[in-house]
Design a protein around this ligand. Structure first.
Ligand code: PMP
Length: 372
């Protein structure tokens, strides 16, 4: 018979639930102003680069050996950092790390999800949550946030948790892509409404929260089923290093050792993260400047007649566009890359340097009012 079409044998062999899916990923385009993935616009400072190079110089000859499987030095450095940043003192046995918080989220689903299990999240939220869940054969329940304000009212959250009886719940605070943080009340109400679920609070953007916004880290001592995930990709200006982490009860952290691949954190990854954490105040010194640009985006977008959502993160979601994909393309044509997160009439923009923020606002202003 005729030769099969190229790729047909692979397609037939692929897990049926993966067929027809498209891979996650924002476009990585070579554009002057890149405000689409909530990275930091600030490069790693020279003195940190110098210290990383010195440390790698010591470590590289030892690459014939596997890395420290339990990343003991890194755990201690993360404990010290979290105390500095949040005031909560944890123990190294309460800390777990991976190649980005995406990997620690995957470890959580490997350990607590799987076939026959259910995970609940509240959309719109971080789009990798359902992808990680479903690619591991876990059922995803697409809970909803308020369609107008994007808030998650505590009563609504409790009702949705009770209706789905989940094994895992994903909360995102500050929430990506909408920007706002959750009060303690909501997190504790979800824990109470789902009496056997592991409740994950994704705090990738915690360092950018507005004053008075508490971190769920302070709740850990009272809740064995609570997990708080964080990352060095955003406030720490280290997206390329791939280092994310979580904090939880020691028994939960211990369980993650069952599902990780041995030696999952390379020696260079551990070294870069440890050196960076030793420079935490220097690396975080750009956070205030980024928050200023975030607040400026909210103010100026509102002045333009658009509808920005209040933000505790390093980005702003705004509505009021007639055709978001058309505006996205027009901004790109003007050399500014932002994110179309698929919410009709809305785009998301990362707070960059003052110059980048100006470039974005100027480009957008020149497109209005046709795009309103
Ligand atoms: N959680 C949220 C809410 C995010 O927005 C992101 C990055 N876009 C991540 C987790 C993952 O980041 P990383 O794997 O770089 O730590």
């Amino acid at each position: 018979g005729p030769a099969p079409a190229p790729g047909a044998q692979v397609e037939a062999a692929l897990r049926p639930d993966l067929r027809g899916r498209t891979a996650y990923g924002a476009p990585q385009l070579d554009v002057a102003v890149q405000l689409n993935t909530n990275e930091s616009s600030y490069p790693v400072p020279d003195e940190v680069v110098a210290d990383v190079l010195a440390r790698l110089g010591e470590d590289l000859a030892g690459l014939n050996r596997y890395p420290d499987r339990e990343f003991v030095g890194l755990r201690k450095a993360l404990v010290d950092y979290l105390e500095l940043q949040s005031g909560t003192r944890l123990r190294p046995e309460q800390v777990w790390a991976g190649n980005g918080s995406n990997e620690v989220l995957q470890h959580l689903v490997l350990a607590f999800g799987g076939a026959g299990r259910t995970a609940l999240g509240f959309t719109p939220a971080y789009s990798m949550h359902p992808i990680i869940v479903e690619t591991l054969g876990t059922r995803w329940v697409d809970g909803q946030r308020d369609a107008e304000s994007f808030d998650l009212e505590v009563g609504s959250a409790v009702e949705q948790v009770r209706a789905s009886d989940p094994d895992l719940v994903f909360l995102c605070s500050p929430n990506n892509p909408t920007g706002t943080a959750l009060p303690f009340e909501s997190i504790e109400a979800v824990l109470a409404a789902a009496p056997r679920a592991i409740v994950v609070v994704d705090e990738a953007y915690a360092e950018f929260a507005r004053p008075g916004t508490p971190s769920a880290l302070a709740l850990l001592e009272h809740h064995e089923r609570l997990v708080v995930t964080r990352t060095m990709s955003k406030a720490f200006t280290l997206a390329g290093a791939r280092l994310g982490y979580l904090t939880a009860h020691p028994s939960l952290v211990d369980a993650l050792r069952l599902v990780r691949l041995p030696y999952h954190l390379s020696t260079p990854t551990q070294a870069v993260a440890e050196v960076a954490l030793a420079h935490a105040p220097r690396l975080l010194s750009t956070v205030e400047a980024i928050k200023e640009q975030r607040d400026r985006l909210v103010t100026e977008l509102a002045e333009m007649g658009l509808r920005p959502v209040p933000s505790d993160a390093n980005f702003v979601l705004f509505g009021g566009l007639a055709d978001a994909p058309a505006t996205w393309q027009a901004l790109l044509d003007a050399g500014v890359l932002v994110r179309d997160v698929g919410i009709p009439g809305h785009l998301r923009v990362t707070a960059g340097t003052p110059e980048e923020t100006t470039a974005f606002l100027t480009a957008l202003r020149s497109l209005l009012p046709q795009h309103l």
